[in-house]
Design a protein around this ligand. Structure first.
Ligand code: RIB
Ligand code: CA
Length: 364
């Protein structure tokens, strides 16, 4: 049996440097917006990975969102343009053709930073200040696997690693057993966890192991449409933002607040998608939960485990397996989240995004 569970209370340092690697998508957009709302977080960079949509669209979404959130100077970079070994499969049916549902933003102007290599940036940022950089991955792990190939010391250099991905003894959302991020690039995920097994065998402290937010707990962050009503009230909108299941599909927000309007149009598409797949008019905001774990603002409980990924079997391709009991005789290579608090999480999100939306509106 590997060690006992650990409870992690909310509590953040004064200046958390976070690098976000994402495949912006709707819940990635929510995670990025949330990070922009936190005064104690310094966004080091936003690196783009292909997944929900192709990587150029991901980068364009990231830059447009950073402009909207008043952070136009945060570097946006591209690393890998395809998974390590298999062709890219995107999911326009889940996040919309452009990755952000029905939302639209002015196309950002040309930016040279987008052409710098994300993987080199990762390594330079981590090695320039050992023990200070937190990385949050809400996408397939392609860039992380490439970074670990180029710099095997990364596990020792990074302060904290949070990964949204996988499903353990829990139904998959892409195949009956596989979660989307690991299914898009299972070879990258396998390499990442193998690298942490090797690091653990060389004595890496358990506090440096990746914190894995898998579907088992991210699907507990089930957003209801009334989140948008609460958000509009918190943002001081003259009119409450009402989104309901009886609305015609594709109804666009008329909110006078640009951030409320953007999130409403993005999330409405996500509510419709979840309903289409018999999950109700709700939205699983996986990446937001992972962002709260990375920022130290949400509570969670973890258990150490040895994680591996299936890359051979047709039946189980992309499936993640967690050994919590040491049956494989290998050291733990991950801290898997086993409990969280969605109610507190959504209250936090309303408060932070409401304040950001109000501030942006006042400054516009
Ligand atoms: O399975 C959920 C994950 O896949 C989330 O990160 C979502 O954005 C998609 O990338
Ligand atoms: Ca994502």
């Amino acid at each position: 049996m590997l060690n006992d569970a650990e409870v992690h209370r909310a509590g953040n340092s004064s200046n958390d440097r976070i690098l976000l690697d994402c495949d912006t998508g709707i819940d990635d957009a929510l995670a990025l917006t949330y990070l922009c709302s936190l005064d104690h977080v310094r966004l080091e960079a936003v690196t783009s990975t292909p997944g929900n949509v192709d990587v150029k669209q991901v980068a364009a979404n990231n830059r447009a969102l950073l402009n909207l959130c008043g952070k136009p100077n945060v570097p946006v970079l591209i690393g890998a343009r395809e998974p390590l070994e298999i062709p890219l499969v995107t999911t326009p049916e889940t996040h919309g053709p452009h990755g952000v549902g029905y939302a639209t933003l002015p196309a950002p102007g040309a930016d040279s930073s987008v052409n710098n290599d994300a993987v080199d940036y990762w390594i330079e940022a981590a090695c320039a200040s050992p023990g200070e950089l937190t990385v949050l991955l809400t996408a397939p792990l392609t860039n992380f696997a490439l970074a670990l190939r180029r710099e095997p010391r990364l596990p020792w250099m990074l302060r904290k690693v949070v990964i949204m991905g996988g499903a353990f003894y829990y139904q998959g959302n892409t195949t009956p057993t596989a979660e989307w991020n690991t299914h898009v690039d299972p070879h990258a995920a396998k390499e990442v966890f193998a690298a942490y097994t090797a690091a653990a065998e060389q004595g890496l402290d358990s506090s440096k192991l990746p914190i894995v937010c898998s579907l088992d707990t991210t699907e507990r962050f089930e957003m209801q449409p009334d989140f948008l009503t609460k958000l509009s009230e918190e943002a001081g909108c003259a009119e409450p933002e009402i989104v309901q299941a009886s609305d015609p599909e594709g109804t666009l927000s008329k909110s006078s607040n640009p951030l409320v309007r953007y999130l409403s149009d993005a999330l409405r598409f996500y509510f419709e998608f979840h309903r289409q797949y018999d999950q109700g008019y709700i939205a699983h905001v996986h990446d937001y939960f992972a962002a709260g774990v990375a920022a130290g603002t949400l509570e969670y409980e973890t258990r150490p485990a040895t994680v591996d990924v299936e890359t051979e079997s047709r039946l189980l391709f992309g499936t993640t397996v967690a050994d919590f009991r040491g049956l494989w005789g290998k050291p733990a290579n991950a801290q898997v989240v086993v409990a969280n608090d969605p109610e507190a999480g959504f209250a936090e999100l309303v408060q932070r995004l409401g304040a950001l939306a109000r501030k942006l509106n006042e400054n516009s």
